[in-house]
Design a protein around this ligand. Structure first.
Ligand code: F6R
Length: 615
């Protein structure tokens, strides 16, 4: 979703901002803009609908020169994507420029009052009220400083914001504020960087300060002050960024998504590194060590997440119930939050989020905390809001995921859930030492099995993708651990290729979706040999009887599935409960190649955002 960058130092701000906005492109956006205070101490801006490269071209013709500025990529919420609605938005006088992530929920009321008092609005956005309001308060009295005016304006605003504000009267200062929308400050040598996530900052500095909700910062070239919205000064911890520049570049791959698919042998190994010991059959997850007793005694675990993370939560349900005999409920974070959930002391809410910023997941987490539950997290982004607000948790260590469609984050989330379920099962006495050793030995082989799948099936999947490039619909079927994989396969295909696809538990097909099957319908069956194999074969027969085109993801030892299928992708066997980490890989590749064949923008699919920071 929307992205913010800011710069103050001695470099050409326009170059830094454009580069920063390009780093934020992965989040999904529809327009971009920057505002600078130039050498004549005038505020100037360029903005417009479309890609950052359009803005860059416009700046080549008509440059903006200065060493302080702010920039934005917009993902439309209020008002269509067009030049006027793009950020920055200016105040009435044009002296103040604002970029904003989030939603101002009471903007209509504020806007009406501002119009009644004579302010003229240009755009349909909620954001535009901010500049007008700050300016009105600032000009109302000579005793009010600009910073004070910002704080007073923010008190009138209901909703969420990450804000960067400049005023030509203060050519050495950027003002930033946060409530519900992430913002960080990168500290350089006599220069400061502002961004909504770390990617625009990593190439300049690894020292960052994360703003928390209700905080504002006054940022100069050499110094910064952080305070609460009530003017209480704060001393903030300076964190060290762990990500490198390589991790956010394509490294020769045509798309981030393909790079991230092929990174999985390494990202899965990184996720397990130092946490499993195949020799003595133990798992140690330092991040939840202190709450293990509470987990062991929990009546049940509720898992809340969205999208792909919700699919890994579904795998988690099977895992915790089988390996640790702990009842699990899986919730869409957005639904959990708004239905008076029965959760309280003695319960555990586990939230799963790649970005750690998903608004619905964050809201679910805060609701559960308010009701007294222990709140745990599985997150990829270190320093993210969810990672910082949970009582305890486990990082997936998958590295930055830039492609909008989640791939390596999913496999790492499932691996964390496997490790959590194994550790819990062992502590509860459900898994003995021998069983633990067997599981952990097998788990340690997963990265090489993923590597095998990538090496041996890539060509076959490309061929298959070219045959099905123009199929209008797809059905994905799986049972048990591979039912969530069917959902995930369908989601991957629809989000990047725009083909309609549905995932179903294979047995559920006969209760409705079977009506869709004819000789035009590709049906992807995830038929890894497991305890549901016989039933799965019957379901495949049902598809075949209706002339559906069967593509199966199967193990070598399954001649019956092979015989029934038009296309087979054969993958190595593993324990039933680890199977999703392997079966999902061919599905990621299939959707990737189909999307590429269709000429889709794989890394930035239409309408989607990497980090969904509105509810
Ligand atoms: C799918 C996808 C989304 C996210 C969802 C949750 O490929 O990327 O469905 O999984 O928006 O995001 P996180 O995991 O960041 O909370």
């Amino acid at each position: 979703m929307c992205g913010i960058v800011g710069y103050i130092g001695s470099r050409d701000a326009s170059t830094v901002l454009i580069k920063g906005l390009k780093r934020l492109e992965y989040r999904g956006y529809d327009s971009a803009g920057i505002a600078l205070i130039n050498g004549e101490l005038e505020l100037d801006y360029r903005k417009g609908k479309g890609k950052v490269s359009n803005l860059e071209r416009a700046l080549r013709k008509d440059s903006l020169i200065g060493t302080l500025g702010i920039g934005h990529t917009r993902w439309a919420t209020h008002g269509e994507p067009n030049d006027i609605n793009s950020h920055p938005h200016l105040s009435e006088s044009g002296n103040i420029a604002v970029v904003h992530n989030g939603i101002i929920e009471n903007y209509n009321t504020l806007k009406k009052k501002l119009i009644e008092r004579g302010r003229v609005f240009q755009s349909q956005t909620d954001t535009e009220v901010i500049g007008h309001l700050i300016e009105e308060i600032y000009l109302a009295s000579p005793d009010i400083t600009f910073e004070h005016a910002i704080r007073l304006a923010l008190k009138q605003i209901v909703g969420t914001y990450g804000l960067a504000i400049i005023n030509k009267e203060f050519p050495d200062t950027i003002f930033i504020a946060r409530k519900g929308s992430p913002l960080l400050l990168g500290i350089g040598e006599e220069e400061m960087f502002i961004a909504s996530d770390a990617s625009p900052v990593v190439e300049y500095t690894n020292k960052v300060v994360y703003l928390d909700d209700g905080e504002i910062a006054i940022v100069n070239r050499n110094s910064y002050k952080v305070k609460t919205i009530d003017d209480v000064p704060l001393t903030k911890e300076v964190h060290e960024l762990a990500i490198s520049l390589d991790a956010i570049e394509k490294a020769g791959y045509p798309h981030f998504m393909l790079k991230e698919i092929f990174e999985q042998p390494r990202s899965i190994a990184d996720c397990m590194r130092g946490r499993i010991n195949p020799e003595n059959g133990t798992v140690l997850l330092g991040g939840i060590e202190d709450v293990m007793d509470e987990l062991v005694n929990a009546r049940r675990i509720t898992i809340a997440a969205c999208g792909t993370s919700w699919h890994s939560a579904l795998v988690g349900e099977y895992l915790f119930e089988q390996l640790a005999k702990t009842p699990v409920e899986v919730e869409y974070a957005s639904e959990f939050r708004y239905r008076d959930p029965l959760i309280g002391k003695g319960d555990v809410l586990l939230v799963i989020s790649q970005s750690g910023e998903t608004a619905d997941t964050l809201a679910a987490m805060r609701e559960a905390r308010k009701r007294g539950a222990l709140v745990l997290g599985i997150c990829n982004v270190v320093g993210s809001t969810i990672a910082r607000e949970t009582d305890a948790g486990v990082f997936t260590h998958a590295g930055p995921e830039i492609g909008v469609a989640s791939t390596k984050a999913f496999t790492a989330q499932v691996v964390v859930l496997i490790m959590m379920a194994l550790e819990l099962g062992q502590r509860k006495g459900i898994l003995n030492r021998k069983k633990m050793k067997e599981y952990i030995r097998e788990l340690s082989k997963i990265p090489s099995k993923v590597e095998y799948i990538l090496e041996h099936n890539d060509q076959e999947i490309r061929k298959m993708a070219s045959l099905f490039t123009y199929a209008p619909n797809f059905l994905y079927l799986g049972r048990s651990y591979n039912f969530p994989v069917a959902l995930e396969g369908a989601l991957k295909l629809k989000e990047i290729s725009y083909i309609h696809a549905e995932g179903y538990p294979a047995a559920e097909m006969k209760h409705g979706p079977i009506a869709l099957i004819d000789e035009m319908m590709p049906v992807v069956v995830i038929a890894a040999t497991d305890h549901t194999n016989d039933k799965m074969i019957s379901n495949i027969e049902e598809v075949k009887a209706r002339k559906g085109r069967i593509i199966s993801i199967m193990n070598d030892d399954n001649p019956e599935v092979k015989k029934l299928s038009e296309f087979c992708i054969s993958i190595p066997s593993t324990s039933d409960c680890f199977s999703p980490v392997l079966t999902v890989i061919p599905l990621q590749l299939l959707s990737y190649y189909i999307a590429v064949n269709r000429g889709c923008n794989v890394d930035q699919p239409r309408n989607l955002a990497k980090s969904v920071t509105v509810e």
